[in-house]
Design a protein around this ligand. Structure first.
Ligand code: TXA
Ligand code: MG
Length: 347
């Protein structure tokens, strides 16, 4: 199969690309398209054969459930049954964060195929704010199942070129919406009602919507598989969030303390630095063959988040012996960055 990249950077091109995508989706095919987080591989969520095409293209194990993307807030009831005791909270979160990078895990509606939820009684659901994603899902008019558009266990793509490298020959079409503005997959939460006071939000996957963003509406709890205060990760509780995920081919090691890095004679190293300054000691550790900086402009976490997967891919292509990653602060979206780095790290 030939894989085509459709540009969307002019109104007429966007229209053509959206029509093409919707034709494929109605035919039960898969299409890659940009979300504000990462590129997704979409299919008609209500068509089990189309959903099976996602698993096939990604070589994804069938127990790993997919996220369902809605065309409109009002369509939530088509895919989920919201329990009365959390209805008010769900409405509040939807009002505040949708469309945007927050995924809610809710009891599933019986009409959602088992293939989407991996046989679970729950469904993960969100609404993307990316204009191209919105145009496609609105024109399609129904829910789209869309995991990240990478082969299973590999780095999520944040550009059309990266999707091409992952899935060329396996899918018919990639809509090119440029680089993804967030650069990390959505935050996933489960809402646990509480008898008194605010509900509990269990964060199953850290992402662009941070603990601080959610705190006004509920009590935050970190799910297993998320870093604790010391940054240690317990085994995941979410299916598919395997300990080794987001992995480049080149071994990556997250070095928490620069004093712990001792280069081996004859080995070639590349450094993934947070801000590129020597102050923290990482730049001075060795004669790095390559250095990529996560936040060269602002020196802040959102820039680091949007460049993380792009930099990991670029470093992977250098074919050095080892990528050394320097930690970022464990606050705001830094929590999500560190979670990805820990999973990518072989130690
Ligand atoms: O930003 C994103 O969320 C992107 C874009 C394309 O929307 N999608 C994405 O999908 O990251 P994916 O398949 O790479 O991650 C989906 C993850 C699963 O691996 C699993 O951890 C979790 O969502 N998940 C899905 N359904 C679930 C459920 N019913 N209960 C708990 N976790 C679930
Ligand atoms: Mg993924």
């Amino acid at each position: 199969m030939d894989t085509f990249i459709a540009p969307t950077d002019r109104a007429d091109l966007l229209r053509t690309a959206v029509n093409q995508a919707v034709d494929f989706l109605r035919d039960g095919e898969v299409v890659a398209l940009p979300a504000e987080t990462v590129y997704g591989l979409a299919a008609d969520a209500m068509n089990p054969a189309a959903v099976a095409r996602i698993f096939e293209a990604k070589e994804r194990p069938s127990f790993d459930p997919l996220i369902v993307h809605l065309p409109h807030r009002k369509r939530l009831a088509d895919v989920a049954v919201v329990p009365a005791e959390i209805a008010e909270t769900v409405n509040l979160l939807i009002e505040k964060f949708w469309p945007g990078p927050l995924t809610l895990v809710l009891p599933k509606h019986e009409s959602v195929p088992e293939a989407v939820t991996g046989g679970l009684p729950t469904v993960a659901v969100r609404m993307s704010s990316h204009p191209v994603f919105k145009a496609v899902v609105t024109s399609f008019g129904g829910p789209l199942a869309a995991p990240s558009a990478n082969r299973f266990g590999r780095i999520s793509p944040t550009s059309a070129g990266a999707v091409m490298k992952e899935l060329e020959g396996r899918i018919p079409l990639i809509l090119d919406g440029g680089a993804c503005p967030e650069g990390l997959e959505s935050t996933i939460i489960r809402i646990i009602p509480s008898e008194k006071g605010k509900p509990v939000f269990r964060i199953l996957r850290a992402g662009p919507v941070t603990k601080d963003d959610l705190q006004p509406y509920g009590k935050i709890e970190w799910g297993n598989g998320q870093p604790d205060k010391k940054g240690q990760v317990a085994p995941p509780e979410v299916p598919g969030q395997l300990p080794s995920h987001y992995a480049p081919r080149t071994p990556l090691r997250l070095v928490e303390n620069p004093d712990h890095f001792l280069p081996e004679e004859g080995k070639r190293y590349a450094l993934l630095s947070y801000r590129g300054d020597a102050e923290d000691g990482y730049l001075d550790l060795t004669e790095w063959e390559h250095v990529l900086v996560l936040s060269p402009g602002s020196g802040k976490l959102p820039e680091a988040a949007l460049r993380l997967f792009h930099c990991l891919r670029a470093l992977d292509e250098l074919e050095v012996d080892e990528i050394i990653a320097e930690p970022v602060p464990l606050r705001e979206v830094g929590m999500a960055i560190m979670e990805r780095l820990r999973r990518a790290s072989y130690l």
